[in-house]
Design a binder for this molecule. Structure first.
Ligand code: DC
Length: 211
């Protein structure tokens, strides 16, 4: 069984996907991490995330499934990832990893959960269940602020606001695989939900097809 989860930055999709995977004994892939890993290597090598060959070189030089630590989660790496995510050949190179994982979650798992921007539309269009997680813009900005403050990072609200606008614009408006709910996706708005409530609704949807 494959569960596809998509949604914008700070919508709560990652937390939800991780909890669902643990509740259901499914393997979990955070596909944003693949894009972040490539971005981190390009930036560390002094390359440009707008340059196709810098990105391809990075993809070839690294083990994409290996972790590269906390730096992956810096805001600047998220933004850089969203830039290279609009290069068609980069998306093509990363597609195979995601499709393979969805069909081969590994021994002991009952299925696979992937979260990202184009899982229900492009990576796994035949997924058994598709959830599009969303939340109001202000709610997402506040979540990101809280998250960064908890990590001890210095944050300026207006900058987070600007970064989120930029990232949304790129993710929703890019020509290839833009972020949008699949036609058969179930929409879960987490603006007024805590993580436990979101998990309960999503589990009910997966198990019984209803909230
Ligand atoms: O989920 P995230 O914030 O870690 O993702 C970082 C960026 O990677 C996101 O802004 C766009 C890109 N991405 C994508 O284009 N497609 C995916 N399936 C996952 C992430």
């Amino acid at each position: 069984m494959i569960v596809a989860i998509d949604g914008p930055a700070a919508s709560g999709k990652g937390t939800l996907a991780r909890s669902l995977a643990s509740e259901l004994s499914f393997a979990y892939m955070d596909t944003g991490k693949l894009y972040r890993r490539v971005a981190l290597i390009v930036v560390s090598n002094g390359g440009s995330v707008d340059n196709e060959s810098d990105c391809l070189e990075a993809i070839k030089s690294i083990d994409l499934l290996n972790d590269q630590g906390q730096k992956l989660y810096l805001e600047e790496i998220g933004l850089a990832a969203s830039k290279l995510a609009s290069i068609p050949i980069v998306r093509k190179e990363l597609l195979g990893y995601q499709r393979f994982f969805s069909k081969n979650p590994g021994k002991g798992y009952l299925g696979a959960i992937l979260d990202g921007r184009d899982i229900g539309t492009i990576v796994c269009p035949d997924a058994d269940k598709k959830i599009y997680v969303t939340a109001d813009f202000e709610v997402r900005v506040n979540r990101r602020l809280k998250e960064l403050k908890a990590k001890g990072e210095k944050v300026i609200e207006s900058e987070i606001n600007k970064d989120m606008l930029n990232r949304d614009k790129r993710d929703f408006e890019r020509a290839i695989s833009p972020l949008k709910p699949a036609q058969d996706a179930w929409i879960l708005d987490t603006s007024l939900l805590n993580t436990k409530e979101a998990l309960k609704f999503a589990l009910n949807y997966i198990r019984y097809g209803t909230r």
